[in-house]
Design a protein around this ligand. Sequence first.
Ligand SMILES: Cc1cc2nc3c(=O)[nH]c(=O)nc-3n(C[C@H](O)[C@H](O)[C@H](O)COP(=O)(O)OP(=O)(O)OC[C@H]3O[C@@H](n4cnc5c(N)ncnc54)[C@H](O)[C@@H]3O)c2cc1C
Ligand SMILES: *[C@@H]1O[C@H](CO)[C@@H](O)[C@H](O)[C@H]1NC(C)=O
Ligand SMILES: *[C@@H]1O[C@H](CO)[C@@H](O)[C@H](O)[C@H]1NC(C)=O
Ligand SMILES: *[C@@H]1O[C@H](CO)[C@@H](O)[C@H](O)[C@H]1NC(C)=O
Ligand SMILES: *[C@@H]1O[C@H](CO)[C@@H](O)[C@H](O)[C@H]1NC(C)=O
Ligand SMILES: *[C@@H]1O[C@H](CO)[C@@H](O)[C@H](O)[C@H]1NC(C)=O
Length: 600
Amino acid sequence: MFPPSFVVGLFAVAGVVSQTVDKYDYIVVGSGPGGAPLAANLARAGQTVLLLEAGVDLGDNKNYSDIANFNAAGNDEKSRWDFFVRHSDDEEREAKYEKTTWRNPDGSFYVGLEPPEGAQRLGVYYPRAATLGGCAMHNGGICTLPADDDWNYIAEITGDETWLAGNMRKYFEKMEANEYLPPGTVGHGFDGYLNTTISDPSFMEQTSDVQKVAAEIIDLIGGDVARDINAPDPDRDQSTGVFGLASHADRNGKRAGTNTYIRKTLADPAKYPLTIQLESLVTKVLFSDEAEEPTAIGVEFLQGPYQYEADPRYNGSQGEIGRVFANKEVIIAGGAFNSPQILKLSGIGPAEELERFDIPIVKDLPGVGERLADNYEAGLLALADKPLNGTSGPVAVLLKTPTARKNRNIHGWCASFSFEGFYPGFPTDYGPSEYECALVHMNPRSQAGYVRLRSANPQEMPDINLNFFAEGEDEDLTEILDGVKELRKAFNAAGPPITPFDEKHPCPGKNQNCTDAAQKEYIKLQSYSHHASSTCAIGSAEDKMAVLDSKFRVHGVKNLRVVDASAFPTVPGAFPVCPTFMLSEKASDDILKELSTTPH
Ligand SMILES: Cc1cc2nc3c(=O)[nH]c(=O)nc-3n(C[C@H](O)[C@H](O)[C@H](O)COP(=O)(O)OP(=O)(O)OC[C@H]3O[C@@H](n4cnc5c(N)ncnc54)[C@H](O)[C@@H]3O)c2cc1C
Ligand SMILES: *[C@@H]1O[C@H](CO)[C@@H](O)[C@H](O)[C@H]1NC(C)=O
Ligand SMILES: *[C@@H]1O[C@H](CO)[C@@H](O)[C@H](O)[C@H]1NC(C)=O
Ligand SMILES: *[C@@H]1O[C@H](CO)[C@@H](O)[C@H](O)[C@H]1NC(C)=O
Ligand SMILES: *[C@@H]1O[C@H](CO)[C@@H](O)[C@H](O)[C@H]1NC(C)=O
Ligand SMILES: *[C@@H]1O[C@H](CO)[C@@H](O)[C@H](O)[C@H]1NC(C)=O
């Protein structure tokens, strides 16, 4: 490897260049569930690690530390990256999305279908958190492991058996600090960094309206509110009914995972060689000019607050340009929207797209930014005939509807709440009589979404189209509707004075007299999502659209990996956050094993 000063000269661009000469063994870009555990684990193994993060550390702010405040966190300007996406290319269809967001001439948002004069359509709001810890700092925190088949699939397409579900379970056991089961329970961990708890099941002992509705759901589909949703049941992909809703928070309601693990690592008296650099927007990977094969040697970044257009405080100013170099590897973990953007800006992506923006091609990889997949989510939301008393729940439900391909296919959670997708100021509130089952459809049949550049400007957000229902439309809609119909039965079984429910959707009114076609149309137009994945998908070298090999290495590029939700070839189960923690644990293990077998 040549001296960094040479590289600085070689890549000189306009702007102030800070001649960073620091070198680390590893540079990790992004501190979400993909990047944070990996950075901490590598440092704990004695490697010098630099973790670069665009946002700041909000770990002490109650919006983030207390998981109950997730809606406040999601709306908090201090971490918000506001993306605006499309659900399709069909303008007419997009125009019917009820939570369409617009920018008013005065800069404020309008949400709805009748924008004021002069408003500019932004699209479907899609929140991301830019802060130390990533989206695990503002998310709902629901921790449900994916189907065993979702892991086994990766083993199948790559031939790498370390991806088999039985092996992946070991990573869960390593990282989990379970607080809801007796210590030693098989399939769980009790001394990791990811504290897990379940929603308090004691509300079922009350006599209340909320308890009554939950009891009807249990009567209908079985299970109970303390059942372990992450049990290593050999038949877990088939197991349905009610479960306890698990989340990555401790018994005091404090979020656990990314930020807490980083802090623990930094605070350890062992003084692990982990360096965190905040407010640093990585703009590209730097490559060796000497090596024959493309070889990553470092990254370039913009240093300063609010450097990305998605930040509501962004004002177009450009921070100082810095560079930093890695002795061993660069690992990208910017999440499903930003990792493909970083690769493309670095010259790794579909050649045609890169040429359009005059980005020198380092490696033509047509799959970068493609195969974007997301779980569809839609709500059965209704207003009871009286204000509902009792604590709100929630209960987790897993269903396998009649046309499911192989495994259970719907993961819902039901409680006295309302949620109708994301928009500035979310969520909705229909008062004390509201009750909802939000249904997440797993394993969408379509993966036709994409993240593509709008320009070569790294501060500009990419063009994101989720292309919902592009394939398997009727099958997926039928499965969601069948889930709705099932749970609606339980609502109605609650009886007076709770019923009749006045349904908000998908079949408005008290008599629930809608055609299947009408309900499917509602679900198709109004479903939303927040589990984006697969834009830098793992796959075999023969698969032209694969971006990574089974060890997270970018195909055809040396010393460069991607470790975050974009690596999954399909959306992992219903809730990606715990699978992404597991993926990060696996990457740590793979990298450290390689180190111990290859001379450096
Ligand atoms: C509102 C919401 C609720 C959710 N609820 C749940 C839930 O209940 N359960 C669940 O399982 N999943 C949930 N998810 C999804 C889950 O949080 C994500 O799938 C997960 O966080 C993905 O992890 P990641 O590491 O891939 O990316 P992220 O968490 O997005 O982390 C990426 C990090 O990289 C940083 N970054 C990006 N680009 C750059 C750059 N160029 N330079 C430097 N830093 C950069 C970002 O600031 C961020 O900190 C939710 C998501 C949202 C948005
Ligand atoms: C929490 O977030 C809300 C926005 O949802 C914001 O108004 C409030 O100031 C934040 N609180 C703190 C302590 O930062
Ligand atoms: C979180 O888990 C750790 C185990 O790693 C444990 O020491 C700690 O007490 C847990 N936190 C709480 C509040 O229970
Ligand atoms: C809730 O209201 C019902 C009547 O609908 C009543 O029987 C019950 O005692 C109430 N429960 C609580 C916890 O207030
Ligand atoms: C723009 O934002 C930067 C921080 O990135 C700040 O220093 C600067 O003062 C702002 N400029 C204006 C004109 O608001
Ligand atoms: C349901 O709708 C059909 C057709 O729209 C109508 O004929 C029927 O009377 C309705 N039934 C009820 C119970 O409202």
